[in-house]
Design a protein around this ligand. Structure first.
Ligand code: 5MY
Ligand code: ADP
Length: 301
């Protein structure tokens, strides 16, 4: 039985008669191929990536597994439509907090149409993409109860400033994340989720190492998805924290050139996460300073 995923935090959504992704109960994510070359480009990327023997396994694990394409009933009721079939990277999480971060100061590929470039350049300027090299595209943060899930709507997310980004990255790993945006985040899960030898920072650094070398692909408009799961606290000390990459509709051949656009954005994101961890590891005075709105982002100041 196919359904619209509740866990989707950005991108085109399959609700209200629109064309968007579907999931099944066996851990598959079906992304409809867009009619223009975005769909075929993403399929071409997955095929190339899946068969490329130069990709090390420790890098491959950052990408959803690809199962080919399939004609299925589209979410918009328009009948059979080709979909990419891939691993649903959220299905193994019981109670996931998720953030989609679009990497790169430039989210449009050089060969795109003039219209596409103008629209997307404007989005890069109006968000933090140009200033920071990345922007938050969407998120959900779980509270202790289902009703305490914070899933800000697209309009609010689009307005995030650099200051908001820092605050939201803190809220993502806090226990006092409520809809009350004025609260100072306590960062109580920061060291478990972001830190440690298998946490998000370690994974981002591993990815960065690959991007410092790889010249096979250039990833425009691709997102880092950060996921962790408060429910798995008993089983795993890092709450099952995972980094995955999604959205390869605008991947180009690297032609022997480093992907500076992606690498720069990744480094910038890493710096933000490192700063949060530094705040956590310091002494009580430093921890107390997390409550100080002058030193930290706060929606109310
Ligand atoms: O359709 P929209 O207005 O929601 O825009 C999409 C963007 O959503 P946004 O509203 O900026 O959050 C969307 O961004 P997110 O993935 O949601 O961050 C993409 O930029 C998408 O372009 P493409 O499919 O990657 O070529 C964008 O699609 P196109 O406008 O290029 O079709
Ligand atoms: N393989 C996947 N497993 C689970 N969720 C996914 C997967 N791929 C994408 N998503 C979800 O769908 C959203 C949009 O995906 P994306 O590929 O960026 O679509 P679009 O091209 O419409 O922007 C992501 O933010 C994430 O929430």
């Amino acid at each position: 039985m196919l359904k619209v995923p509740d866990h989707q935090v950005a991108g085109h959504k399959g609700r209200d008669g629109m064309l968007g992704p579907l999931i099944d109960d066996s851990g598959h994510f079906y992304k409809p191929l867009q009619d223009d070359d975005r769909g075929s480009n993403e399929v071409a990327f997955y095929k190339s990536f899946s068969s490329n023997t130069e990709i090390p396994d420790h890098v491959r694990r950052f990408f959803p597994i690809f199962y080919g394409t399939r004609l299925i009933e589209a979410s918009d009721g328009s009948g059979l439509h080709p979909h990419l079939v891939m691993q649903d990277i959220i299905s193994s999480h019981l109670y996931p907090s998720i953030m989609d971060i679009k990497i790169g100061s430039r989210t449009w590929p050089p060969q795109a149409s003039e219209d596409y470039i103008q629209t997307h350049l404007k989005k890069d300027r109006d968000t933090t993409s140009i200033a920071l090299g990345f922007r938050i595209s969407g998120l959900q943060v779980r509270g202790s109860k289902e009703s305490e899930t914070w899933k800000p709507d697209k309009k609010l997310v689009k307005k995030f400033t650099a200051k908001d980004v820092s605050l939201v990255l803190r809220k993502f790993v806090s226990s006092n994340t409520s809809v009350d945006t004025g609260m100072d985040p306590d960062c109580s899960f920061a060291s478990a989720v972001y830190g440690g030898s298998t946490g998000i920072l370690a994974q981002l650094l591993e990815l960065k190492k690959w991007f410092e070398d790889q010249t096979i692909y250039h990833f425009f408009s691709c997102s880092v998805l950060m996921v962790y799961d408060k429910e798995s606290v008993v089983k795993e000390r890092n709450y099952g924290a995972e980094v995955k990459l999604v959205d390869f509709a605008h991947v180009l051949e690297g032609k022997g050139v480093i992907d500076h656009n992606f690498l720069g954005g990744l480094c910038s994101l890493i710096k933000f996460i490192m700063e949060i961890l530094t705040g956590c590891d310091e002494d009580e005075e430093a921890k107390a300073s997390l409550q100080d709105p002058k030193k930290n982002c706060n929606y109310t100041d």
